[in-house]
Design a protein around this ligand. Structure first.
Ligand code: UTP
Length: 413
């Protein structure tokens, strides 16, 4: 242990992080060992180079941004709807479809104690977000007389609690052999002075490294192999908190198959031109989602010959990938983005502190950055009230009350 302690001290001195050992002398032997081990395992070089790189903004020239074609669901005729949906349905019926729920996020805005998927929507009877997802899948299972494999991504802080919750709830009656959990990776957080923080006197605060880690984690946990064995062709990805999203969508699947694409996404029409959003566009020739601040004022209102906006399709986190596309992405490093989040920490006096506003930088990869590895993407624009009721916080527009209202409007007659 002494030797490891010396190594840890050297590492911390190299990166000027000696404060992480401030409470070392007060720790018991187990805690001491845990902290030293963590210091030796963290890739300080990586986290500080991400931090340095995040200080400079990406430059995207307007001339390198082009629109992406999309299909508007409500403009499809009944014949078209039936045609594409029947193609999707036949793939689902043949057991070619699986669903991944990305539930590894911290949910800092909601601030709910416990995994976000265990948060209950106040409907009658109350249901957790996980149960709502399971209901959606069970409904599809009944309709198609199959059992759709359900893969759930957890993270360092919610993995055990999530699995325990499923066990306690008897998997909501979902076939247990069709549910798989896998855990994503994590990275330390950095405070405003550029330092790592302690979560406990014996523990450096780390958090999940973004939903873009889903591909690498699926590969690492043998999920891709499992899907191959199950002869899955298509995998749908969404978050844990959108209570009305159609996660088994034969229309999206049928359109994607018919148009011979490997990747697809549902979109929503951005309502307010000045809102900050992630917009679908072609960047440097590849399908991408870009921050709306990179669009010029003209681009923000540009329309095509049918008077449809060119750059108004926003991301609602509903993506479809062919298994071969996932295999391609699994070994690619996606770029990191910097987010600013609220995280508890141990202060210089050794007291736990709960900040009132964001206080830490978190480094995350985003699932949608994988789109640029492909030449094309199928986009299906759906209606907001039909498919978008995420729970993000208690005071903003995406609060539990609004989600409840939209859920009841859609499912409770
Ligand atoms: P959000 O962007 O809403 O982030 O994630 P979040 O971490 O859950 O919440 P805040 O920003 O801290 O309040 C969208 C979806 O992506 C998942 C989340 O669980 C959610 O379902 N996600 C996010 C992951 O699975 N892993 C991550 O590292 C981040």
């Amino acid at each position: 242990m002494m030797q490891n302690y010396e190594t840890a001290k050297e590492i911390l001195a190299k990166y000027k992080q000696e404060h992480l050992l401030n409470f070392y002398d007060e720790l018991n032997n187990n805690e001491k060992e845990q902290l030293i081990q963590q210091i030796c395992q963290i890739d300080f070089e990586q986290i500080f180079s991400l931090y340095e790189a995040s200080k400079t903004d990406e430059v995207i020239l307007h001339r390198n941004i082009k629109p992406l074609p999309y299909t508007i669901k409500k403009d499809l005729s009944n014949e078209e709807l039936a045609f594409y949906s029947s193609i999707g349905e036949s793939a689902i019926l043949n057991g070619k479809y699986a669903v991944v729920t990305m539930a590894g996020g911290q949910g800092t805005r909601l601030g709910y104690k416990g995994p976000k998927g265990t948060f209950e929507l106040d409907i009658k009877p109350k249901k957790s977000l996980f149960e709502i997802l399971s209901d959606h899948l069970k409904e599809a299972n009944e309709k198609y007389n199959i059992a759709i494999p359900w893969y759930i991504m957890t993270s360092i802080y919610n993995d055990e609690l999530t699995k325990k919750f499923f066990e306690e709830k008897n998997y909501f009656g979902y076939p247990k052999d069709c549910i798989y959990f896998f855990k994503q990776s994590e990275l330390p957080l950095i405070d405003l002075s550029g330092n790592l923080i302690l979560e406990e006197p014996y523990k450096i605060k780390e958090a999940s490294n973004g939903n873009g880690d889903v591909f690498a984690s699926m590969y690492q946990y043998g999920i891709l192999e499992n899907m191959r064995q199950r002869q899955i062709d298509w995998v749908f990805f969404s978050g844990v908190d959108n209570v009305i999203l159609e996660i088994v969508d034969p229309l999206l699947l049928g359109l994607t198959i018919c148009h011979k694409k490997l990747v697809a996404s549902k979109t929503l029409l951005k309502e307010n031109v000045e809102d900050k959003d992630w917009i679908f566009a072609r960047k440097n020739g590849k399908p991408s989602i870009i921050d709306s601040r990179y669009l010029s004022s003209e681009m923000k209102v540009a329309k095509d010959e049918k008077s449809h906006f060119l750059y108004r399709d926003i991301n609602l986190l509903a993506h479809l990938f062919h298994l071969s596309a996932l295999e391609k992405v699994a070994n690619v490093s996606l770029p990191y983005h910097r987010a600013f989040k609220k995280n508890n920490f141990v202060n210089a006096e050794g007291m736990k502190q709960v900040p009132e506003s964001p206080n830490t930088y978190k480094f995350e990869t985003f699932i949608f950055d994988a789109f640029s590895l492909f030449d094309d993407i199928e986009l299906l624009r759906v209606e907001k009230d039909d498919e978008f009721a995420p729970i993000k916080d208690f005071n903003g527009v995406h609060n539990p009350e609004v989600a409840k209202e939209l859920y009841e409007r859609k499912y409770c007659f």
